[in-house]
Design a protein around this ligand. Sequence first.
Ligand code: SIN
Length: 543
Amino acid sequence: MYDVAVLGSGIAGLSCAIHAARSGASVVVVTKGRLSMSATRYAQGGVAAALAAGDSPELHAADTLAAGAGLCDPEAVAVLVREGPERVRELETLGAVFDRIDGDLAFAREGGHSLARVVHAGGDATGAEIERTLAAGLPAGIEVREGWFSFDLLLRAGRCTGASVGPPEGGVVTLEARHTVLATGGAGQLYAVTTNPAVSTGDGIAMAWRAGAAVADVEFMQFHPTALHHPTMPRPLLSEALRGDGAVLRDEQGRAFMVDEHPMADLAPRDVVARAITRRLVERGLDHVWLDATAIDDLPRRFPTIWAASRAAGYDPTTDWLPVAPAAHYLSGGVCTDLDGATTLPGLWACGEVACSGVHGANRLASNSLLDGLVFAPRVAAAIAAGKEGPDPTGVLRDVARLGGEGSPGPGPAATLRREALQRAMTTRAGVLRDRDSLGEAWDALGGDDPQLAPTPTEAAAAELVNLTQVGRLLVAAARRREESRGTHNRLDFPEPDDAWRGRIVHLRGQPDRFVPLDAAAAGRPGAHLPTGDPLVAGEGRP
Ligand code: SIN
C-alpha cells in the first residue's frame, strides 16, 4: 500500500510526486508510456507568470478571466496567478534553464495577454525543458512504473483506494494507495487533427466518471488556431508566440484578416482566432489559411523547434508563408476539484489538464496550462500531507459539490467504433463549429441514446477506445445541451453567449447531467457560491 499513487507523468504528475515525496510519503508514479511521453513535452510557448516589470498577478488574473468567457472561478484564478511566480522560480532552482536576455528572464507575448509575460526555454522548447527538469528531479525513493496502463479506480466503502493497472507485458493487477492522484492529461485524441500525442485519450476523466466522481465543462475543447497543415500527427504546433513576435494570419488572398475580427487582431484570445479561421475555411471551401512569420528576426534561433518542423515539412518560414488550420489542443474541463485538487470522491485527487478546478473557464488563456500543473499539483501534495480527506466547497466544487458524488460504478459503453471512425465523427460533427444537427449525428455515431454496455476491457488499446468513447459522449452531450456560444463552444444555431447559460454542465454517473448556474455576485468570495436551496432542483432543466 503506497501513500500516494500518481497516475500520469507530465508536469502535474511529476510535480505532485516530487512534492509528495518531499513530505515523506511513499509514492509510485504510473505512466502508460515512457516518463517523458506526456503532452507537456510538446508545449512550446511557455509558462505565463507575472514576473515581468510592470506586470502583476491582478493583470494576469484579468486576462485569464477575460479569456475564460465568464466561466472561470475567480478564486481559483487568484490562486493560479499568485502562486505562479514562486513555482516558476522553484523550477529554476530544480535546474530548469529559461531563456534570458542580458541576464533577465525573457518574456514572450501570446494571444489574450495584455503584455509579454510568458517565460520560455530553448526558444520554443519549454515543455521539453520542464519535463527534463522534473524527471531528473524525482527523488530516488519514488517508484516509477513506465509502460503501465491504468484501467480503473479501486473503490472501497465510498473511497478511492488505488487503481487496477497493467504491466507492459499484459494482465491486470491492483495497486493500493491511500491517495490516488489523476494527472493523466487531456483527450486531444478524440479528434483526427490534434497537437496532442497518441497517449492523450481521456483516461483519467473516463476512469473518474466511471468511479462516480463529478466531471464538468468538457464541451470546452480548445482548438489551437495555428497547427501546421501537414499530415504529421500530432500536428506540429506553430506557437502563438510567433504572433507575439509579429507573425500575421493571412487568408487565401493574402489579406491579414484578424484586424477585422478583434481589437487585439492576431493576438486575440485563442477561441476568437480559431473561430475566425474555421469560418473562412468553411465559407470558402479552404483547408488552411496562412501564417506569415517572414518578418520575425532571427526565427531559426528564437523558434528552433518550429524552424525544424517547418523545414522537415518542406517550408522555410523566413521566406514562405506557412499553411495552418486549427487542431484540438486542450480540454478546459475535466474532473471537478476544489482548490487543493480534491475531487468529489474521497481519496481521489486530480491536477493538470485532467482536472477542472475553475481556472480555465470556457477557454484557457495561452500558456496557463503548464502553470496550472505547476501550481495545483503541489497543492494536492500539501493537502494530502496535511491530512485532508475530502473536498471543500472551493473552486469548481463550490458550485457542484452538493450534487453528491456517489454514482453507481459498473459497466460503461463498449468500444463499438474504431479510433479513426470516432475521430472522424468528432472532427466533422463536434469540432470548432457545431450545431444541433451535427451534434446529433456525433451523438448517434458515439452510440446514441442506448449505448452498448460492457465492462472496461483489460487490454490497453481497447480500454483507450472505451475511454475516448465515454469522454466523447460527455463532450457531445454537454455541447448538445448548451444552447449558446461561449469560449471554445461555438453553436452555429446559437451564435451568441446567453447569460442564462452562465454555469457548468456537470456529469455524474447514473444521474442525468445537471446545469449548475454560477452566482455572478459571488466572484472571489470563498463559499459564496454555495447554493442556498436544493442544488439538485436549482440546477435542473434548461436555465
Ligand atoms: C503555444 O505556444 O501557442 C501553445 C501554448 C499553450 O497551449 O498554452
